[in-house]
Design a protein around this ligand. Structure first.
Ligand SMILES: [Zn+2]
Length: 282
């Protein structure tokens, strides 16, 4: 039986090769990072030296790493420059992840804007399929995961039905799912008791094989159940509470999935939250 690894989203300040150092200092067993500025601009090349140092540090400290794709990714934009730009950016992240030895690249799907939900989902399938065009690169050692969203505005990917539709449409067995606890809760999937977690995961498994579920974003929610508001808060400070994370870490459907905190607190608080989740996993 695999014990889940606990880790943090680590800031990119100080250069890529320093990310494993910061992760280690905060008690992480895994970590997520941006390989480029999350708000825009190109990806600065990763030198062979940086990649080697990053990999050797991860190996020495037994750290697993994950890349979070930039925020501007929108496969459903009616603007081709944005939707195809998202394809190139995620493809680059898969290349960069492969270079750095990252296990996953996480992405959001984007927002339906003026396309309407069905057309937006169909376009997202088309764009995600285009990421894997063999003429453009690959195969990649890093696996792509789609993260469930909180569903504010026209954001797609906030229901298991949406995610299942995308997985089926793309038809790649290596395309996985990341479940963010704050986003699930915001989207109306309750997690506050073992019974609620079981009901949520029954709904998941009705649409998606459990084997596609690969990673957890562990965040408390500052906003209430079903509000469709994406406001992460530190563990125990929100509407989910500490008990939720104990239940999740011990629930059979979450077994073997690693937990990455994307909480807003200062380093001291985040280090404590990592220690707390390690304690809660039992
Ligand atoms: Zn997340």
């Amino acid at each position: 039986m695999t014990t889940p690894r606990i880790g943090l989203h680590i800031s990119g300040a100080g250069g890529l090769a320093d990310a494993p150092l910061r992760a280690k200092a905060l008690g992480c067993e895994c970590f997520q990072f941006f390989s480029r500025s999350p708000r825009g601009g190109g990806a600065p090349p990763i030198s062979a030296e940086t990649a080697k140092l990053f990999r050797s540090r991860c190996k020495t400290w037994k750290l697993e790493s994950y890349i979070h794709a930039p925020y501007y990714i929108n496969f459903a934009s009616s603007n081709n420059r944005v939707s195809f730009g998202s394809v190139s950016a995620v493809r680059e992240e898969l290349e960069r992840g492969t270079l750095l030895g990252a296990t996953y690249v996480m992405t959001h799907l984007g927002s339906a804007s003026d396309l309407g939900e069905n057309a937006a989902l169909r376009q997202a399938i088309d764009r995600i399929t285009a990421i894997f065009d063999p003429k453009k690169g690959g195969p990649y050692a890093t696996q792509l995961l789609i993260e469930i969203s909180a569903g504010a505005g026209g954001i797609i990917g906030d229901t298991f039905e949406h995610l299942a539709f995308i997985l089926k449409g793309v038809g790649r067995p290596d395309l996985g799912i990341c479940l963010d606890t704050c986003h699930l809760f915001a989207s109306g999937y309750d997690l506050r008791t073992p019974t609620a977690i079981s009901a949520t995961m029954r709904a998941f498994k009705k649409h998606i094989p459990l084997s596609r579920f690969q990673l957890v974003h562990a965040n408390d929610s500052a906003r209430d159940f079903g509000e469709h508001k994406d406001r992460h808060t530190d563990i125990g400070d929100g509407r989910l509470g500490v008990d939720t994370f104990r239940f999740l870490l011990r629930h059979r459907d979450f077994r073997g999935r690693n937990f990455v905190l994307e909480t807003p607190g200062a380093d001291a608080r985040r280090r404590n939250d990592v220690a707390l989740l390690k304690k809660l996993r039992g």
